[in-house]
Structures are given as C-alpha cells and as structure tokens.
Design a protein around this ligand. Structure first.
Ligand SMILES: [Zn+2]
Ligand SMILES: [Zn+2]
Length: 151
C-alpha cells in the first residue's frame, strides 16, 4: 500500500457498506454483515429480477400485469434489514463509496450474464445509474411498490 493510501485510511478509515462501522483495509464488509446480507437467488422474475414465491411462474405479478421501459433487470440483494438501511445511506447520506461493494456483488452474481450481454459502463456512469435507479421507491416509470422486495 502506498503512503498516500495509508494516510487516507487513517484519516478516512474504510467503513462497512452495510452497517457503516469501521472495517479493516482490504475487507468488503464486516464479518457480521457478510453473514447477514442475503443475495438474490433463483427463482427470480425473468423481467425485473425480483424473487418469485411461485417457482412455476416466469414473471412476478407486477411484470405479468404491466409493461416496463427496460428489457430485463437484475436484482442483487433481498431488500430487507441492514442492506435496506445501507441503500438509504447510499442515496441520501452521500455514501458513494458503497457503490464499489454493490458493484462487486453484482459482478460476482451476474458477471457471466453481463459479459454475455456485452454490457459495458464506465465507473462514473455505473455509479450514476445505481444512484438514480437503485432505490425502488424512486424508480421512475414502470415499477410499483411491489418492487421493494429486491434491488
Ligand atoms: Zn457491517
Ligand atoms: Zn417482475
């Protein structure tokens, strides 16, 4: 680690993007939060990525009823508990540094899909997209309150 980075980590110690407690340099989250955060797993809606309760369905009740302006969406976290608070701080307390963790988890889960779809975005653009779209109640056209279950 460069001296500049060491000084920066002393003045601005890295914080857990989930609970906002100080964490060791090089860790993504604190140990407690690593266990608490629930990432989305199958079965999910093929349109918006929200978890499905009925495994035999392709779409959630929301997507079965209406058209969305996007062709396909993916959700990373089950929108509950600590991660919900984390996203609130990200959006309203200017915790931009959390984007790195969200992006890393998204890449871990959907890296193959992103490569297959040849989706590319600069870091700034990706951050802005996350900021604009991440919180379901702020999603514009096409998303209802039912989308609060996933992000
Ligand atoms: Zn934590
Ligand atoms: Zn859906």
């Amino acid at each position: 680690m460069k001296i500049k980075e060491v000084l920066a980590s002393i003045v601005f110690p890295p914080r857990c993007p989930v609970c906002d407690e100080v964490i060791h340099v090089g860790k993504d989250t604190c140990d407690d939060c690593r266990k608490k955060v629930v990432c989305i797993g199958e079965p999910v809606c093929k349109k918006c990525g929200k978890p499905l309760e009925n495994q035999r369905r392709e779409y959630c009740s929301d997507c079965a009823r209406k058209q969305h302006y996007f062709s396909q969406g993916k959700a990373v976290f089950v929108y509950q508990g600590e991660i919900r608070q984390s996203m609130y701080r990200f959006k309203y307390s200017n915790k931009r540094e959390y984007a790195a963790y969200y992006a890393k988890e998204a890449a871990r889960i959907y890296g193959g899909w992103i490569r297959r779809k040849q989706i590319t975005a600069g870091r700034k653009k990706a951050e802005d997209t996350i900021r604009r779209r991440c919180l379901p109640w702020r999603w514009e056209k096409g998303c209802s309150s039912q989308s609060k279950n996933a992000w």
